[in-house]
Design a protein around this ligand. Structure first.
Ligand SMILES: Nc1ccn([C@@H]2O[C@H](COP(=O)(O)OP(=O)(O)OP(=O)(O)O)[C@@H](O)[C@H]2O)c(=O)n1
Ligand SMILES: [Mg+2]
Length: 389
């Protein structure tokens, strides 16, 4: 049997990027031989094995034909006579179809190197359309490699659009969609993913809540009719900005959700359907509820400010409150994070309010609900003094 490193690891190495996970393809072996060497079989449908010690994935070379609809509608043929090239042509993009042998020699039967050098995301063959997840993958790679100058080949974009129009994306479970979205959120230019999906009509299928924002014009800008002045476009600009401010995925997600409706129905619906982690969802809901107050922090009364801290539980969760501020600051598109005035201001207010000690209140004889009342009263007078100083 011959073993080759394949896919992302080879691609990323050639791009001088750090290699995270390694996938291997095995040619000329049977499952029985793999098991005899101590590999553990993982996939039921696909002959994929884990290495006995490294636990990396080793897949037998295979050909795949779609035999029906859905994730499981595949006929998979894996046998020792499947060649390396046959395995490579059933993959998604040319740049993902190079291998490296055990001596570190790159083998490139599909001449993918040219596309890599030309920074082109191009599908290998019509079998691309056998897996609709690939539409999202290509958009994700476009986001991840945007900085390097990668673009999507015209014919690939056309195919992605055709798959979308044919309704193929309906096969994707919300969980698989979210996995791609989450991976995308950690890219340097996550906005590119949503832009690509918008262009081919796929955003309306996978995240209709977000897509709807592209039909809403930004206020005071009703003379323009193109996307560039839509609320959706603004949401993407905020996402881009948040990515330059923070690597925190919850912040990036909340920034993307910031323009969804004020009554939060869309955020909740999207989060529920896609099984978004609670931490991400809750941050998005907090930002959506409080952003107006935060943007206008300077005009809040001490009572308003205390209420803001109560509502966001800033007392017990100061880090989360900072995430909220960071997310709000991403809407100040042209400015630097430390130029977002509400952050400094509200943190100063929070620290001062937190400095009000509860011990003296108890020592003064207050009991039960009176303690909270006194504490709030003293916090309010502290903030009042601070505001007029
Ligand atoms: N829907 C898919 C998923 C994977 N692949 C193939 O399987 C390889 C490994 O898949 P995966 O690890 O998911 O992606 P990578 O390209 O390795 O990218 P990443 O860095 O995100 O792991 C890909 O390179 C590609 O050749 C594919 O053709 N179609
Ligand atoms: Mg990989």
């Amino acid at each position: 049997m011959q073993i080759y490193l394949v896919g992302g690891a080879v691609r990323d190495k050639l791009l001088s990027l750090p290699v995270k996970d390694k996938d291997f393809v095995v040619v000329g072996a049977t499952p029985a031989e793999m098991l005899a060497q101590g590999y553990q079989q993982v996939g039921k449908d696909f002959p994929v094995f884990l290495h006995p010690s490294s636990k990396q994935e080793y897949a037998l070379a295979r050909t795949e034909r779609k035999s029906g609809s859905g994730y499981t509608g595949f006929t998979c043929y894996a046998a020792p006579d499947v060649t390396l090239e046959q395995d490579l042509v059933r993959r998604d993009l040319t740049i993902n179809a190079m291998v490296e042998d055990m001596n570190g020699q790159v083998i490139d039967p599909l001449n993918a190197r040219a596309d890599l050098d030309n920074r082109l995301l191009r599908h290998i063959s019509e079998s691309f359309s056998e897996d609709p997840l690939r539409v999202l993958r290509v958009a994700r790679f476009a986001a991840r490699f945007h900085q390097l100058g990668f673009t999507i080949a015209k014919e690939t974009l056309t195919l992605m659009q055709a798959m979308t129009q044919a309704g193929d994306l309906a096969e994707l479970t919300p969980e698989r969609v979210w996995q791609e979205v989450e991976k995308t959120l950690s890219a340097d230019n996550p906005d590119v993913f949503f832009q690509v999906l918008r262009e081919i009509g796929a955003l309306a299928v996978i995240l209709p809540e977000l897509d709807a924002l592209f039909n809403l014009a930004v206020e005071n800008n009703d003379t323009n009719e193109d996307d560039s002045t839509s609320i959706g476009q603004q949401a993407l600009t905020q996402l881009k900005q948040s990515a330059s401010l923070s690597t925190d995925l919850a912040v990036r997600f909340a920034a993307l959700m910031q323009q969804l409706d004020n009554n939060q129905i869309s955020i909740k619906a999207l989060a529920k359907r896609c099984k978004v982690p609670n931490e991400h969802r809750d941050l998005a809901l907090q930002v959506s509820a409080q952003q107006e107050n935060i943007h206008n922090a300077r005009s809040l009364t001490p009572v308003d400010i205390i209420r803001l801290f109560d509502k966001t539980d800033a007392w017990r969760k100061p880090e989360r409150f900072q995430q909220i501020l960071l997310t709000c600051s991403s809407s100040q598109v042209s400015k630097l994070v430390d130029e977002y005035k509400p952050t400094q201001y509200l943190m100063k207010m929070l620290n001062a309010a937190c400095d009000v000690a509860v011990q003296p209140i108890i020592a003064a004889g207050f009991r039960g609900a009176e303690i909270k009342q006194q504490l709030t009263a003293q916090r309010i007078s502290t903030l009042t003094a601070l505001q007029s100083s």
